[in-house]
Design a protein around this ligand. Structure first.
Ligand code: FPP
Length: 245
């Protein structure tokens, strides 16, 4: 567990070099948009828009660094408790991101996918999500996975339910229920487990994000609020990751 002082990064003026060892899969809890907005007297939605801009940069930085898998936590199963205005604002940010970024992601050979229970999302957003997944399915330079209406316990519960149905209907023998099978049945199915989880904004909780998958991951907690997180800071974290055993 590490705390990072972003002032150090700025002073060093780091870019995102190609490191010898990069994590196979980075997962990020993008926290702190609300506080970032508050500090500036802006609405929470303005904070999320600034968070979207940070995500664009970090995706570019991850590609530059040669990271193959990046998963970001955009909306948790608990986030429905926020005001209707904030929930709708976030949903329209997600829709607009897909519409605006589709060409660029395809041009950069990025495969975009979503995890979480999408059945509760509105039909238009679900169509956009399915559309970009299909459009970018052939790419593999970076697997960008966005967690929307995602909760790790919910994901495990859905997987267990599906497995028990297969057992009850005779398609699966209980002895075939192994750790590997459970991993396959999660929303992250074919992705490697994250080896690095980053959480911004100084909170040191994992908040139901990839609890099964991150069992052996390194964790990095930074004080930086998500809208201020940059590829330079990612580079510093990657450097430290590369120096670990
Ligand atoms: C947590 O900060 C952040 C969120 C709930 C939303 C994350 C969404 C984005 C970064 C927008 C862009 C995403 C995509 C996929 C286009 P918070 O609101 O809990 O912050 P706080 O703890 O300071 O209140």
């Amino acid at each position: 567990m590490n705390q990072l002082d972003f002032e150090d990064v700025k002073k060093k003026g780091l870019r995102v070099p190609k490191f010898k060892t990069v994590p196979a899969h980075i997962a990020i809890v993008m926290d702190g948009n609300g506080r970032w907005a508050n500090q500036r007297g802006l609405s929470r939605i303005e904070g999320h828009k600034a968070g979207e801009a940070a995500l664009l940069d970090v995706v570019a930085g991850a590609i530059e660094a040669g990271v193959k898998n990046l998963t970001v936590y955009a909306f948790s199963t608990e986030n429905w408790k926020r005001s209707t205005e904030e929930v709708l604002g976030l949903m329209s940010i997600f829709a607009r991101y897909i519409e605006r970024e589709a060409d660029r992601l395809a041009a950069e050979s990025v495969r975009m996918r979503f995890i979480g229970d999408r059945s509760r999302l509105d039909a238009r957003l679900q169509r956009l999500m399915a559309g970009i997944e299909e459009r970018t399915a052939q790419y593999s330079r970076l697997n960008l996975t966005v967690a929307i209406n995602y909760g790790g316990r919910d994901e495990l519960t859905r997987a267990i339910r599906a497995i028990t149905v297969d057992v009850a209907e005779g398609r699966l023998d209980p002895s075939a229920v192994t750790e590997a099978l459970v991993s396959q049945r999660l929303d992250t199915g074919d992705l490697p487990d994250p080896d690095l989880v980053i959480r911004t904004s100084g909170e040191t909780r994992t908040s139901n994000f990839l609890p099964w998958q991150a069992a052996y991951a390194e964790f990095e907690f930074t004080q930086t609020l998500w809208p201020d997180f940059t590829p330079d800071e990612l580079a510093l974290i990657l450097k430290r990751f590369g120096n670990r055993d």
